[in-house]
Ligand binder design. Structure first.
Ligand code: ADP
Ligand code: MG
Length: 280
């Protein structure tokens, strides 16, 4: 839902980031307002997961430029757990298994940390069980999964459902879902997408990272962004996803090559126009 006067929840400005000294994000700009659903699409290797990990605060990724404001405050200054507590959620492309840690207990600790931040009371085991049973319905998940270790031995689809269950409990303001549709059969896709639709509201924003149009058949984005070579090459409405489905990504490669060549030329021209004294 697009409301031009809705509060800005996340403002990404010229974000640049490297991993192992290799620049991956090369100036990403993106603004998310309350109520909006955005989709980021792009070929493998275009930097989509890097963007999500940088936003979540993954230590392997180094921010080398730009800024990210979360409700007006510097997000990048915060530790990953602080980011989660104030309402940023990342659903992983590859959710990790945590053997020996009960899923129920993990969810309870995470939920209580978030609730404290929201000024709500902590839930004891019994109260939490009531809440979690209600939220299980969002993803039609069997309560038996609560008794197991976090994601251990879960199928791909079960892991993704567990991510959305986490999201249903944490009630984030900005939810970033990295390829939540990958590895899902059509029934699981409908359930997961249905959960995401249920959780989207006028107060929060969702960033869906996907490379398939099929997810966008069940979740209608307000904006679609095409990412290539570490930046957002084009932004449009939901029809842009259909265009990508039809035309593929080859035209994206052509455009990004043209853009990078033009930048190099401009750089060379700027250097060439400096006087020898400036260069020295
Ligand atoms: P996408 O999610 O769009 O497929 P990624 O963000 O995963 O793309 O990857 C973008 C580029 O960054 C790729 O070339 C990938 O190999 C590289 N990259 C990402 N994470 C790491 C890492 N931890 N170590 C080395 N290279 C990485
Ligand atoms: Mg990825």
């Amino acid at each position: 839902m697009i409301r031009p006067d809705a509060p800005v929840l996340l403002e990404i400005c010229d974000l640049r980031a490297s991993v192992e000294e290799q620049p991956i994000l090369k100036g990403v700009n993106l603004t998310l307002r309350a109520g909006e659903i955005h989709a980021v699409m792009g070929r493998n290797g275009s930097g989509k997961s890097t963007l999500s990990k940088v936003l979540a605060g993954h230590p392997a990724y180094r921010v080398t430029g730009g800024s990210v404001l979360y409700r007006g405050d510097d997000l990048l200054a915060l530790q990953p757990e602080q980011r989660a507590r104030i309402g940023l959620f990342l659903g992983f492309q590859y959710p990790v298994e945590i053997p020996g840690v009960s899923n129920l207990e993990f969810l309870r600790v995470a939920t209580n940390a978030r609730r404290l931040e929201q000024g709500l009371e902590e839930l004891d085991t019994f109260a939490f069980e009531d809440l979690v049973r209600e939220r299980l319905q969002v993803v039609q998940m069997d309560p038996a999964f609560l008794e197991r270790s976090v994601n251990e031995g879960f199928s791909g689809g079960e892991k993704k459902r567990n991510e959305i269950l986490q999201m249903a409990l944490l009630e984030p303001l900005v939810a970033i879902l990295d390829e939540t549709d990958s590895g899902l059969d059509i029934d699981a896709l409908r359930i997961v997408a249905g959960g995401v639709n249920q959780l989207a509201s006028a107060d929060n924003a969702t960033l869906l990272i996907t490379h398939y149009q099929r997810l966008l058949d069940v979740i209608t984005p307000d904006y679609v962004h095409v990412m290539a070579a570490g930046r957002i090459l084009r932004t449009g409405g939901k029809e842009l996803a259909l265009e990508l489905e039809e035309r593929g990504y080859d035209w994206v490669d052509v455009e990004i090559e043209r853009l990078e060549a033009a930048e190099l030329e401009a750089l060379a021209a700027a250097q060439g126009s400096r006087t020898p004294a400036e260069v020295g």
